[in-house]
Design a protein around this ligand. Structure first.
Ligand code: GDP
Length: 234
């Protein structure tokens, strides 16, 4: 997938103020400093796209970015060679933008993170209410990506957040971040330990991605999943 265009649209205080839900949407969340802005910028090939949302006043909002993407010439050729996939692509046909039928528009949402040290009970509750409403009620939400810092052993706060997602019946994938910052053996151990911890309360484990914003590791796989989901979206 090629990212043709990515732009910041709006920051909303709750899901009712978000843009019209007419495009598939992908939300990113994790504890503060997990590498969320860097990952969004890496996916979009943009140096400072997600900076907008970390400016004061916007950190507690739902931040929408509109993305326009298309298939690379190589991917288009592969499509032609795969009739079943091509038929599927036709089924989810969207009107061409500038003549390229593989062009899609979709949203990335940068969600306010959890785990800030000095947060009052009341603002924690406000955050939880906003996130719960958004995740349960946003009708075009295709996938939530939960970001986990690959340098750490399993953290209670992340496991607890996933328990919340289970309670709210929200499907999600996991993205392990900053893998270039730690010895690969330790990264693998942390990933393994994370899933061992999840297995205590989860019957099925989610899909996951191992990434580095610095090295662009994991980018193609995440974009391939988004592309697949964009095709399935109504
Ligand atoms: P956010 O608060 O979750 O949006 O986190 P940021 O994207 O601002 O990242 C926090 C810090 O980690 C920054 O100093 C980033 O440069 C650094 N960082 C984020 N991702 C990576 C990565 O993949 N590799 C390296 N080496 N540093 C990263």
């Amino acid at each position: 997938m090629i990212i043709n265009f990515a732009k910041y649209i709006i920051s909303s205080p709750d899901y009712t103020k978000c843009p019209v839900p007419d495009k598939p949407e992908y939300a990113f969340i994790g504890r503060s400093n997990v590498g969320k802005s860097s990952l969004i910028n890496m996916l979009c090939n943009s140096e400072k796209l997600a900076k907008t949302s970390s400016s004061p006043g916007k950190t507690q909002m739902l931040n929408h970015f509109e993305i326009t993407s298309s298939l690379s010439p190589k991917e288009k050729n592969e499509e032609k060679a795969a009739p079943v996939k091509a038929a599927k692509a036709m089924a989810s046909y969207t009107p061409p933008v500038g003549g390229d039928t593989s062009k899609k528009t979709w949203y990335i949402v940068d969600l306010p993170g959890y785990g800030f040290a000095k947060v009052s009970q009341s603002s924690r509750r406000r955050w939880e209410q906003m996130i719960e409403n958004y995740l349960r009620k946003r009708e075009n939400l295709a996938m939530v990506f939960v970001l986990i810092d690959s340098r750490h052993s399993p953290q209670k706060i992340d496991l607890e957040f996933m328990e919340q997602l289970k309670k709210w019946e929200v499907p999600f994938s996991i993205i392990f971040t900053k893998t270039d910052k730690e010895n690969q053996r330790i990264v693998s151990k942390n990933v393994k330990d994370f899933f061992s911890a999840m297995k205590k309360t989860w019957q099925f484990l989610p899909q996951y991605f191992v990434t580095s914003a610095l090295k662009k590791t994991g980018r193609d796989k995440i974009l391939a999943l988004i592309d697949e989901m964009n095709r399935e979206a109504k």
